[in-house]
Design a protein around this ligand. Sequence first.
Ligand code: FES
Length: 150
Amino acid sequence: MERNDFIKSLGLGIALVCTGSCLSGCGSKGSDPQPNNPGGGGPATGTTANVDLATQILSIGASVTVNGILFIRTAAGNTTSSFAATQAVCPHQGGALNFIQASNFIQCALHASRYTTAGSILAQPNDGGTTSALKVYTTSISGNTLSVTV
Ligand code: FES
């Protein structure tokens, strides 16, 4: 084997090794079978969150996060059907979820995934990963207190 041929074959071998290790190391987030899920499924069982309806989320579209639960006023009046309650931390990678009143959806501050107030996915994360539907909670009202117990 000529010296040039040997060097070329050596270079090709190194290139193949580097390419293989890079590809296996990087992976594709878009093909993840499961969302990267440090945000998990919301607050721990037993968590309680209360909203004072005399002073909080008074107007339609207003929202507040209490104890890991995102409360959203979706209609006038103080009945349970006037509110939505979802987990406040994104299932993808734990970003904060905010209700975007002008667009009527919940959006993650980290990778912009979007959800309905019923927890359904409207848009996947913008990093190529996948998220899952939000947990939604049943609300109750006693006096001026809106509550969720997980
Ligand atoms: S953490 Fe919410 S979309 Fe990534």
